[in-house]
Every structure is written in C-alpha cells, then in structure tokens.
Design a protein around this ligand. Structure first.
Ligand code: F6P
Length: 462
C-alpha cells in the first residue's frame, strides 16, 4: 500500500488526535501517505470527498497535536446503509480515484457496525475510541449469547437480549480492556463529583450527578475515585426501596448524600429512566436525557417535604435534592497520559494491520496480570452476533455490588491497572502552566478548523 485513508466517526473523545498521530507516525516510518477524510463517513457521501494530506513528504502537518482533544479531521454520526448497493459502489469508486488502498476508521461499536458494508470492497481496520468504554467483549464467546425477537416498535425491528452467561469471567480474557477516551472522561466525572460534594455538604443537600456512558456503566463505576456515596449503573435495575433506605441512612448520618447515576440507568422493568419519550440520534441510538431528573422526582415523591423540614435541614424536598450533569465536558479537552499513550499505539497498530493484509479487524488494548497492557489485533467478525450485529459491551455484572451500590472487589481490580498511573507529570504541569496563561486574556481562540480548512483538497472531476 502506498496511500491509506483515516476517518473519525461517532461522538468525539479526547484521544482522537492522539490515535491519528500514532497512525501518521507509523505511516511516516513506512513511507505511506495518509489522507484524513473530513467529517467521518459523511465525507464518503460527498462526490468531492473532502480530505487533508496528513503527512506531505512523510512529515506530519503541524496542526496534528496529540495533546489536543477532539479530532482535527472532524466527525459525524453518519453511517453507510448496507442496503444501498449503488451508493456503496460510488463510495468505493471515489476512494479508488483518490488512490486510497486501505482505510482506518477510528470509532466505537457503532462505527464497527457502520463499516461492515465497506469491508468487502476495501481493506478496513478499526482503531478503537469511545468514552463509554463499551467497545469490546467481556470474554470471546459473548457475541453467541445474544438472542432476538421481532419487535416492530423498535428502531432496529428486533429486540435483542443477552442470555445469562455460562462463561467463567476473568479480567485477563477481556477483549479490548479499556478504550482511549475513557480514562480522561472518568477524570472529569470524578473531579465533578468531588466538587459537587462540598456544596452538598455545606447546604445539607442530596446531589444526583448524571454521567454519560449510554447503556454501560463504566464511567459511573470509575467515578468511585471521586467518592460518591452511591453509584447507580444501567446494568443493575434500580431498586427504589433500597435506594431510599440507603439515602435516608446516609442523610441522617452525614446530612448530605452524593449519588452518581449513569445516563442509561433503568427501572425494574428495564425501562430507561432518562428516555421516557424515545428519540434517536442519526445513527439510531436512543437519546438518553433526564435520568437524574427522573431520579430526583422519585426521591422527592418518596421523602416529601416533611422529612426535610422536621430537622429544619431544608425548606422542601425540591430545595434539598438537586441534579447536575457532567455532560460534554467529560468528552472534551486534553487527554491524560493513559489515553494519549495507548491511543497512539492503537493508531500505529492499525496501520501495521492494514499492511499485514488484515481486513475487518480491530486494534485492541489487552491486559493481563503477567504482561500489563499491550496492543494486539482482533477479528472484526468475532465481535458480531449470529445475525451480524455488533453490540455495545455492558459492564460485567461482577464489577458492581448492587447492595452497596458501588464497585465490587472485581470492579476495583478492573479499575486499578487503568487508573493507577493514568495521569502523567506533563498533565499536571499543563494545568499549572496553561490554566491561567495571561495570554488567554488577550488572544482570541484560534480554532484548528481555520487552519485545516486551508488544507482541504477535493477529488476533482467526479
Ligand atoms: O457515545 C458517547 C456519548 O458521549 C454518550 O455517552 C452519550 O450518550 C452520547 O455520546 C451523547 O451524544 P451527543 O453528543 O450526540 O449528544
């Protein structure tokens, strides 16, 4: 191969530029040209295929900064429809005209699903990214556990359920132990918890902090580093009686409670608290908004004003129970060392895999007790269930203690290798130097998009 393409798809993460950087560094070593395709799969629907040459003369362009969050080549939630054969022909033709012989898609489970129609036409490798940490398998046989029934109401036309696992669980067997973007998101969420605590403590309040993660509770689990009193994860249906009992005990004891809830948390019927009115984003994901608000209402109804007024702790239940979302701050900004380092390695590995002749494969971050973290490759087809669908990974149930509503011993064992040295000296120094840089008061923000726009080239004559 002489020229490959790279695109970033789905929601942004802090480590995307680091992955692109790792791929470009490896491409330079191998004397391969690498084109960045603008705005994910969206670029492929455009006959002009907007793109940027990321390594002219095998030197990376200066805008490619692995310490900057987001993606300099843009992203979108557009995916290719496998049933649109003609569109697929046009896309392959455009890439061929551009001289692209292999493609790296940096994305999560949605991207891996989205590129399946392409892999029969062009060698394609996925480099993983997601703050949700839901790309991977708890053990290699997990895709075989899915069953489906027809459900005309659902967007996918089927309802998928995972049967109880007979597989013995071992941390060493996880496929893609952690994904770049996850560690930085946890840092931001855990810091948010720590900061909200002081208000809850000072004003005798109950705080509910909602974190991202869709249907998986990895981010919520990781916020244990910020010491919330209670963590609620989507994998464990809400037991409202237990929650109320626990909140009451804690509030009586310490006059404040901090609860973290994953945005996809469900009630005992499996219904998401945050998606009473189902709506979907462009890639068909349920938009989850309002889990913390729904939870707040439940607590207000169960406690009532009298409970808070009895000891004059607050004027009303409404005043006592408040919610905050960490929101998109957990998806943005500078990636911490763990994310930068492994993102770059996974990007480089994806280039090697393409050159090895692999197709529909993923670079993955593996961990074992004996070796620690190492980068490997995994067959994309092995992520698919028997109908060809790739499911987002749920957090393994053994990571969570539903009685104590916090990480179990296995959950703690899972978190430790990722986070123990996740922050580097440079990350700390960056905060010291950059946060109150006097120059920021005078200089307007200079967006990387302004510079990249000047570098965008188009496929001529289509
Ligand atoms: O998948 C990443 C993620 O940040 C989820 O955690 C969240 O539900 C969703 O994307 C939010 O997407 P958007 O930025 O489109 O609102």
């Amino acid at each position: 191969m002489k020229r490959i393409g790279i695109l970033t798809a789905g929601g942004d993460t802090p480590a995307l530029n680091a992955t692109i950087h790792g791929a470009v560094v490896r491409a330079n070593q191998l004397r391969i040209e690498i084109y960045g395709l603008i705005k994910g799969f969206n670029c492929l629907f455009n006959p002009r295929v907007p793109h940027v040459h990321l390594n002219p003369l095998f030197q990376e362009i200066p805008e490619l900064d692995p310490t900057k969050g987001g993606t300099l080549i843009g992203s979108s939630r557009d995916y290719i429809d496998p049933e649109q054969g003609q569109e697929l022909d046009r896309i392959t033709d455009r890439l061929k005209k551009l001289g692209i012989e292999g493609l790296i898609a940096v994305g999560g489970d949605g991207t891996l699903n989205g590129l399946q129609p392409l892999v029969e036409r062009l060698p394609t490798v996925l480099a993983p990214k997601t703050i949700d940490n839901d790309l991977g398998l708890n053990y290699p046989s997990e895709p075989d556990e899915w069953t489906r029934v027809a459900d005309p109401e659902s967007k996918q036309r089927y309802r998928y359920t995972q049967s109880a696992s007979g597989a013995a669980f071992d941390l060493n067997q996880i496929v893609n132990y952690a994904t770049p973007g996850y560690a930085t998101a946890v840092l931001v969420a855990a810091q948010g918890v720590e900061r909200i605590r002081t208000t809850a403590e000072s004003h005798r309040r109950i705080a509910i902090i909602e974190v991202m993660g869709r249907h998986s509770g990895y981010i919520a689990l990781g916020t244990a580093y910020g010491q919330p009193d209670i963590i609620l994860v989507p994998e464990s249906p809400l037991d409202i009686n237990l929650l109320v009992e626990r909140v009451k005990h804690l509030y009586d004891l310490q006059k404040n409670v901090v609860i973290v809830c994953g945005e996809g948390v469900v009630d005992k019927n499996g219904q998401e608290l945050g998606a009473r009115e189902p709506s979907y984003d462009p890639s068909g994901n349920v938009v989850l908004t309002g889990a913390s608000e729904a939870l707040r209402q439940l607590l207000i109804d169960r406690f009532g004003d009298a409970y808070f007024q009895k000891f004059r702790r607050a004027e009303s239940a409404k005043a006592a129970v408040f919610t905050r979302k960490v929101g998109h701050t957990q998806r943005g900004g500078r990636p911490i060392l763990f994310d930068r380092f492994y993102a770059a390695q996974l990007g480089g590995k994806a280039v090697d895999m393409l050159l090895d002749g692999q197709n529909n494969a993923c670079s993955v971050l593996q961990w074992s007790r004996a070796r620690g973290f190492y980068v490997d490759g995994y067959d994309g087809n092995a992520f698919r269930d028997r109908w060809g669908l790739i499911h987002a990974r749920n957090m393994h149930p053994s990571f969570y203690d539903p009685e104590l509503m916090r990480p179990s011993r296995t959950g703690v064992e899972y978190l430790l290798p990722i986070f123990t040295n996740a922050i580097g000296h440079a990350d700390v120094e960056y905060v010291r130097e950059a946060t109150f840089d006097a120059g920021s008061l005078f200089r307007p923000y200079h967006s990387v998009n302004t510079d990249i726009n000047k570098r965008i080239r188009y496929l001529e004559g289509d």
